[in-house]
Design a protein around this ligand. Sequence first.
Ligand code: ADP
Ligand code: MG
Length: 348
Amino acid sequence: MQENNAKGTDISTLGEFGLIKHLTKNIKLKHESTNFGVGDDAAVIDCKNKKTVVTTDLLLEGIHFDLMYTPLKHLGYKCIAVNVSDVYAMNATPMQVTVSIAISKRFTVEAIDEIYEGINLACENYNVDLVGGDTTSSLTGLCISVTAIGEAEESQLAYRSGAKENDLICVSGNLGAAFAGLQLLEREKRVYDNNPNMQPDLSGHDYILERQLKPEARKDIFERLQAAKIVPNSMIDISDGLSSDVMHICEESKVGCLIYEEKIPIDYETHKMAEELNMNYSTFSLNGGEDYELLFTVPLDKFDAIEEMEDVKVIGHITNESKGKYLVTRDNVEIELQAQGWNPIKED
Ligand code: ADP
Ligand code: MG
């Protein structure tokens, strides 16, 4: 396993406080609103008269990631990206994060450094300050919890509950790629488990692997919406899969929806992977999780502005609640949407 580095430095040589100091000594704060970061009992943030949004995600080894094939740097990057994605999904600007980490003895200082390289890179890319966290030991796996804090004018916030009848349903990027990447990694892991002499065959799949291992939050789409002066009536980031997440919007907004299968954007590599695995590619785009694309609804009169917006597609519209939630298939058959999203608490 990659984190077992025989030549690495044992964490006990630094101790808890030494490790925290080592990990946080180079932090440079970017935002005026961050009055005080690491180093006291709590960070101090000055939000002036804006609204503050707060969101947390917990990532557990063996549940949310597998260290057999997840590079530690990517893992650090991903845990920040998935949190700022939730802030963008509120149509807010991420400003600060805290990172809490539980580590077992098998991790070396170098391994933790790799995780923090990814964390620091993501903090640069998403322009957020790392202002605190907690560090503790774990008897079993690695556990990382990130909290992200963002700000927005009240009038800019986009809730799941704001969708209106006749709204256009829009999605950024393409869907199912992260799930396709996961399927590939799991397949190659099974091959390896059966015969450790087999080399994994990951060639030609760079895009879907990156979508799984190093997802990006759609900062660019958030900025495009702002530039176009569009405040979505509702918004969510797609973490469980399009089906589940559009249903969240419908349920919170008390509306129905009509989604057109042929309009759901899907990348060529995702398509190819589904074919290779003998699976329906629409299953990937509808039910595959961890896309971290933005799904939002806007009033019909924003159609032209959305058409012009790079990397955003209209995939359907909001209907009256009594019409239900439907997918129009390529064969023009209406089928009821089902939440088959990825749910770690479901019983197998
Ligand atoms: P306390 O005992 O009050 O919880 P700690 O010794 O855990 O304080 O933390 C000292 C400082 O270091 C705090 O500002 C805390 O937010 C920060 N900190 C602790 N662990 C981490 C970490 N893994 N990443 C970033 N900051 C951390
Ligand atoms: Mg602490």
